[in-house]
Design a protein. Sequence first.
Length: 190
Amino acid sequence: MLFRSTARESGIWVNRLKRRQLAHGDEARLAACYNRVGSMPLHIRDDCHTITEILTAARALHARKGLRVLVVDYLQIIRGPDKELREQQVASISRDLRLLAIETQCVVIALCQLNKLGEARESQAITMDATHFLAIHRASKEGKRWAPTDDQDDEDSTKRIVEVRKLRDGQPGEIEMGFDGACSRFMELR
């Protein structure tokens, strides 16, 4: 996550950062990036692997400094309570994150991968607890959703379609966004 965040802020490709292959001028871009990010009230934790650890850390941070946004990357790898079925664990994790958002009045963003139609029970539990639900799709050169069954040459790797499937106080819809895969960042199309 650190490499992707740094790539987004600095504009330096993720692969170059990981391999420490910096080009002329990259040091200055990294320094500026670290100055910007260093001034943000940002706390990155990669030592919380269970829902209990996540909730405990989030509540402690909220009590000390106030928690405004919690990003969970990636919901399906969180270990939940020892229940028989994984779908029950995921449903419990999703519900606990929703309750944390209500309790702390913070935004919880849970990144996850759902089956194609969102029909699996695991997927349904996640979408039911969400107040906003976005899906990101690859785009074709014509600005439509691209699927792996489509012609490879028809994919536009510089764009993504962001579909708003659920919006508590608004209308569902979709928007085409620019995408820079090398730096893992989205941007407005001009």
